[in-house]
Every structure is written in structure tokens, then in C-alpha cells.
Design a protein around this ligand. Structure first.
Ligand SMILES: Cc1cc2nc3c(=O)[nH]c(=O)nc-3n(C[C@H](O)[C@H](O)[C@H](O)COP(=O)(O)OP(=O)(O)OC[C@H]3O[C@@H](n4cnc5c(N)ncnc54)[C@H](O)[C@@H]3O)c2cc1C
Length: 376
């Protein structure tokens, strides 16, 4: 095992070597966390990111308290807002508001949140090369060669943290046995007095698209407004988003984009030889809520000790990582699928249940979002 020479700034010209213990493709929450965890363990890590950092990422930016609780550093400096509850509507009309004493979730801009995690990885010793695209991967028994837009790099292990439909899975022969959801989102500016209307609430709208929902998550100076649902309803998403936006009155669109949300089926291989997949690349997204940041971070934390351990042996074996994901993350994804099916069949019934009984809402929040740190 080598001692990593810390490169605190991005750029390949600063890399001290071209052979690493691990090359991570993608600098989202999964890749950055893996870089951090492996750096802390003294491994040499190169994180390759195709975008220049910080990069925009379409996301409601909801960090549940269970996700925040995974990080062993404080993220309060990059929190945009704290939601203490939700305004819930059924088909944009019938509504109820649920509040609680403790935060429901924090909101962040992903550009800042992901960059913050990348900086933590750099501080731990990972080398980060942004603006560099991984194009192809060649695997042999003892090494992995990653061909990029600036030349080849070699490592003992490659980690695909390159999101939904990432290139690593395809290149190493891991077929994505996933169900896809699709979400589209716009960052919109509204008048200042409209921003304060939100009063520490997020807005969730249900019942419009089977198995989907719409949201408005307030940020510091604007709103993230989006809708998502199963991919076969993709044609209904745009008109639904327009209806949701219409309810906000005057607004100015800052950006508009969509992205796939993959959900793994048990049995889908997420490691093979000296390659493994994390986060969205492994299909680790909650089927009902669409939460993926928790799973991205946690999958990296499950992978790190397995990688550190197998690098001490002559043969690389990453099967323990897949088993850990199956044991620790799949139960909540699978129960999420059952809940999602129930909710898809009778959204009105579940809306009425929540509307009429605060305990149901509290129970759902505890079960789905979990406890975690409370930032002042
Ligand atoms: C509209 C929308 C709203 C969402 N809202 C929430 C939410 O509120 N809360 C929540 O928990 N989850 C949310 N999610 C899900 C969440 O965004 C993802 O689950 C999460 O980003 C997964 O993290 P990741 O690190 O696995 O992948 P990503 O964050 O997608 O990062 C992958 C990275 O890999 C890079 N990359 C890809 N290919 C290459 C290549 N060839 N070479 C180099 N780099 C490459 C990409 O540029 C990217 O930076 C939302 C998703 C969508 C689409």
C-alpha cells in the first residue's frame, strides 16, 4: 500500500503518479465519499469527474437527517434551508400541513454539497481530476486501465460512481437490472415575499401521476420545483410540472433539466473482478421517495472497508461489498417498493389517512427519513 501524496487542488498536472490503489469515476456523493473513506485509510485514490467542479446537478437537494447522520463532519455551512414539515396536496387542490418540532430535512444546492464532500475527500488525501471524462475501461487480472480524455490511468480497482447509465457498468460487463424513474426539475426565482411564504415547509403534491409526485423545495434565494414518476409516464411529467409552476404565480426559470432515477432489483450484480458500482450506478435509490443521497454515501461507506481489506490479499474479491449492500441497504429499498405499489394503487386513501392522523405522518417520517443531527 502506498502513502498518498496530497494534491489539494484539482488538475492532472499535479498528480504525483499514474498508478493508484483505486480510481473512482464520478465525484457525486458516492464517489466523493469513497474518496474520503479510502483516503482516510491511507490508500491512493484518483477521482475522475467529467464536469468542472463545482457542477450543477438537477436535484431537490433534500438531505434527510438519516443521510446527514452518515457524515462525520458538520454540513451546516452549506445548508440552504431547514424544513420542519410539509404542505401536502392531493392533485394540487385538497391540502393539509404537517409540522413537527424537529427538522424533517435540510435543503442544499447540490453544486455546493457535492463540492463540499469532494473537498473533504481531498483533505483526506484523494486526488481529484475534474473536467476529465472516463471513456473506456480495460480490465486485466491484476490491474484496471481507465482511458480518459487526457490519457490513460491505472489502478488495482475501479469504482463506478458515475450515476444512472454510467459507463463503468457497461464497460466491465455489469448489466443494470433496474427499474427507471424519471424526474424533471426547474430552479425558479420568485418575488422575495413569495419565498418567505414557505415558512420552513416543503411542498409535496401526490395523486397526479401513479407512483409519482411533485415537489417545491425552498432554497436560499429561489425554489427547486420538480416532478417525478415511473419512466412509462414520462410524457405526463412536463404538463404536470407546468401546472405545478402555474400555482406559484410569476416566476423566472434559472435552469431546467431531467434525470433518470434507477432502482436496483435484488440479484443485480454490483461488483465483478476488480470493479464495483456505487450509488445511482448501482441503482440504489428509494422507490417511493426518490431519495438517493443516503444510499450513495452509505454504499461508499460499505465499499471502503472491503476494498481496504481485499487490497491486502493477492486476489481482489469484492463480493463482501455486494453482500453488505444486500443486507444493509436492500431491505429499505425493497420495503420502499412495496410501499410505492400500495401508494400507486390508492394515493387518495393514503392522503386522507395522513390528513386525518398526525401519527401516521410522524410514523412515515421516522420510518423513511430516520433520525440524525439537528443543526441550529
Ligand atoms: C430531479 C431529481 C431530484 C432528486 N432529489 C433528491 C433529493 O432531494 N434527495 C435525495 O437524497 N436524492 C435526490 N435525488 C437522487 C440523487 O440526486 C441521486 O441519487 C444522487 O445524486 C446519486 O449520487 P451518485 O454519487 O451516485 O451519482 P451522481 O450524483 O449522479 O454523480 C455521478 C457523477 O459522475 C460523473 N460522471 C458520469 N459519467 C462520467 C464519466 N464518463 N467520466 C467522469 N465522470 C463521469 C457525473 O458528472 C456526476 O458528477 C434526485 C434525483 C433527481 C433526478
Amino acid at each position: 500500500m502506498r502513502v498518498a501524496i496530497i494534491a489539494m487542488t484539482s488538475g492532472l498536472e499535479r498528480c504525483p503518479m499514474n498508478f493508484y490503489d483505486v480510481i473512482v469515476i464520478g465525484a457525486g456523493p458516492a464517489g466523493a465519499t469513497l474518496g474520503y473513506e479510502l483516503g482516510c485509510r491511507g490508500l491512493t485514490v484518483l477521482i475522475i469527474e467529467k464536469e468542472k467542479l463545482p457542477r450543477y446537478k438537477p436535484c431537490a437537494g433534500g438531505i434527510t437527517r438519516r443521510a446527514a447522520s452518515l457524515l462525520n463532519f458538520n454540513i451546516s455551512s452549506i445548508i440552504e434551508g431547514t424544513a420542519y414539515g410539509a404542505r401536502i396536496t392531493y392533485q394540487l387542490s385538497d391540502e393539509c400541513t404537517k409540522r413537527q418540532k424537529e427538522p424533517l430535512l435540510y435543503t442544499v444546492m447540490r453544486s455546493k454539497f457535492d463540492h463540499f464532500l469532494v473537498q473533504k475527500a481531498q483533505e483526506a488525501g484523494a486526488i481529484v481530476s475534474d473536467g476529465v471524462r472516463a471513456n473506456h475501461i480495460q480490465i486485466t487480472d491484476s490491474a484496471v486501465e481507465v482511458m480518459t480524455s487526457v490519457g490513460p490511468f491505472t489502478a488495482k480497482i475501479v469504482a463506478g460512481a458515475d450515476g444512472a447509465k454510467g459507463m463503468v457498468a457497461k464497460n466491465v460487463g455489469l448489466t443494470a437490472d433496474v427499474e427507471y424513474g424519471l424526474a424533471i426539475e426547474q430552479e425558479v426565482y420568485v418575488a422575495a415575499n413569495k419565498l418567505t411564504d414557505w415558512d420552513s415547509l416543503v411542498w409535496l403534491d401526490i395523486g397526479h401521476i401513479p407512483g409519482g409526485y411533485g415537489w417545491v423545495f425552498p432554497k436560499n434565494d429561489h425554489l427547486s420545483v420538480g416532478v417525478g414518476g415511473p419512466i412509462h409516464y414520462s410524457k405526463r411529467l412536463k404538463p404536470y410540472l407546468e401546472r405545478l409552476l402555474h400555482t406559484l404565480g410569476d416566476y423566472q426559470v434559472a435552469s431546467s433539466t431531467g434525470h433518470l432515477m434507477p432502482v436496483r432489483k435484488r440479484g443485480m450484480a454490483i461488483q465483478r473482478g476488480n470493479a464495483l458500482l456505487l450509488g445511482d450506478a448501482a441503482g440504489l435509490v428509494h422507490p417511493l421517495t426518490g431519495e438517493g443521497i443516503y444510499y450513495a454515501i452509505r454504499s461508499a461507506q460499505l465499499a471502503a472497508p472491503v476494498i481496504a481489506s481485499t487490497l491486502q490479499n493477492t486476489t481482489i474479491d469484492l463480493r463482501d461489498y455486494e453482500q453488505a449492500v444486500d443486507a444493509q441497504l436492500m431491505p429499505s429499498i425493497e420495503s420502499g417498493r412495496v410501499l410505492s405499489d400500495l401508494f400507486t394503487r390508492s394515493p387518495r386513501f393514503y392522503f386522507n389517512l395522513m390528513k386525518g392522523d398526525d401519527r401516521i405522518w410522524s410514523y412515515a417520517c421516522d420510518a423513511l427519513l430516520g433520525g440524525g443531527p439537528i443543526y441550529a
